[in-house]
Design a protein around this ligand. Structure first.
Ligand code: GDP
Ligand code: MG
Length: 439
């Protein structure tokens, strides 16, 4: 975003004053940048409208550095959009205070349960009890117990043969008996939001009457994070969101959308796997992060360190056969439905599973038909030179394919990421000059 804006600002600078047309042009850039940062389309629209109004106002027009001024307005509005800082945790006047952790599988619930308990003990000097109520995921109980051991904190579990509701019930009794003032319930997740999951969570909620229900969402999932947050909020009524995995290469656009779509505050962010890698959510910092969007390349650099020679060679072979226009991409998709070449490529990258950002590159089987439709709605030129696909074209493609602009954006980004990754990987082999499909 910063780069885009800088270009526009350069142009404006010589003028001394900016007019509405200039602001309009800048707003186009802002809009595009936000969409690229994975911010919800509706949110972007509303946001740009607000900023435009302010930007054509006196505050900006009469300042000596209108470009900078616009950035300032953008940042302020982003901050406002994400709400104030709200990292307080409820205290029940009838202890124990019950906190229920919910979210999809792999979002970071169990990890965050440990982190929060640690924080509560450190910051509030309290004595939490951890509760293992995920009886479905293999080793989920063990995982929490390990964390408990690490933190020297008790973990309540009844194995995986007792219902989560019963576990919660007995845990709360246990907390009362042993004078624990906080109870943190680590619940089960699923791969997708489903009825069974919600039913169980509602039952636990009814019984445990939690003071807080925290949704744990993986920041890497971008737009999906917003949908997930909406459903959980509708079904359970959340009191806060914890956005995890912000230590990876994610732009954090989800943060903007979550707040404005669900009206639930983001309270904490997760910044790593360690038990102290949790921080209160600072909207202003997040705004800076979104403005200064990270680059996949830094991620690739990290990956490089891990890739061993032989595997990389093998990988390059694969890449040579998979060339990089959208036409080729479409061919591949047609052939490989389940184990897409992307997934395969990813699996071959040693350490790839540790680099969370790379998850973004995965193409879900269910999305494939959308992806196909999107590509088919591109012109020949767009398919070979996707960089020309500007906002107007994105809109047209979305319309033509019966999808949405964020979906088109996502695909373009995935494609771009993939290309970058492949370029980088082939560069590593010391073959800077290649004739095959790399650009
Ligand atoms: P759950 O299925 O929701 O309980 O998720 P887990 O707590 O088991 O976490 C899934 C994976 O994400 C584990 O490998 C965690 O170590 C990792 N994880 C959780 N939070 C973070 C975070 O903030 N940053 C990073 N890098 N990894 C995280
Ligand atoms: Mg878990």
């Amino acid at each position: 975003l910063a780069d885009r804006l800088q270009n526009t600002i350069q142009k404006i600078r010589g003028k001394g004053k900016v007019n509405e047309a200039d602001v309009k042009e800048m707003m186009r850039e802002v809009r595009l940048a936000l969409l690229e940062a994975d911010v919800n389309f509706k949110v972007v629209k509303e946001f740009v409208k607000k900023v435009s109004e302010r930007a054509v106002g006196q505050e900006v027009m009469q300042s000596l550095t209108p470009g900078q001024q616009v950035i300032k307005v953008v940042k302020e509005e982003l901050t406002t959009l994400m709400g104030g800082e709200q990292s307080k945790i409820a205290v029940s006047n009838r202890p124990p205070t019950v906190i229920m952790m919910v979210g999809l599988q792999g979002a970071g619930k169990t990890t965050t349960t440990g982190k929060l308990a640690n924080l509560i003990r450190k910051k509030y000097n309290r004595n939490p009890l951890l509760v293992a109520a995920d009886i479905y995921r293999p080793a989920a109980i063990k995982q929490l117990e390990t964390l408990g051991k690490q933190l020297s904190m008790p973990v309540f579990s009844l194995g995986d043969q007792v219902s989560p509701v019963e576990i919660a019930k007995q845990a709360i009794q246990k907390a009362k008996d042993d004078h624990h003032d906080y109870v943190l319930i680590d619940t089960a997740g699923r791969l997708h939001v489903d009825e069974a999951l919600m039913g169980e969570l509602k039952d636990i909620k009814e019984l445990a009457n939690p003071d807080e229900i925290f949704l744990v969402v993986d920041a890497m999932t971008g737009q999906d994070a917003v949908n997930v947050a909406s459903s959980f909020n509708e079904q359970l009524g959340l009191t806060g969101v914890v956005l995890t995995k912000l230590d990876g290469d994610t732009r954090g656009g989800a943060a903007l959308s979550i707040r404005s779509v669900t009206n639930t505050p983001i309270k904490f962010i997760g910044l790593g796997e360690k038990m102290d890698a949790i921080e209160p959510f600072h909207p202003e910092r997040m705004a800076s992060r979104i403005l200064g969007m990270g680059d996949v390349l830094t991620l690739i650099e990290k990956a490089q360190a891990n890739v061993d020679e032989a595997k990389a060679k093998e990988l390059e072979q694969k890449m040579r056969t998979a060339s990089f226009t959208f036409d080729d991409f479409l061919d591949q998709l047609g052939q490989v439905r389940n184990m897409g070449p992307l997934d395969e490529l990813l699996k071959m990258m040693p350490g790839a599973n540790k680099i969370k950002g790379l998850n973004n590159l995965q193409i879900d089987e269910k999305q494939i038909s959308h992806v196909e439709a999107i590509i088919q709605s591109m012109t020949k030129e767009e398919k070979t030179h996707p960089e020309i696909i500007n906002a107007g074209r994105r809109k047209r493609i979305a319309k033509g394919s019966g999808t949405s602009v964020p979906e088109v954006n996502r695909l373009l980004k995935q494609f771009e990421d993939m290309k970058k990754m492949m370029k980088q990987m082939s560069g590593m082999q010391g073959k800077a000059k290649k004739k095959g499909g790399f650009k």
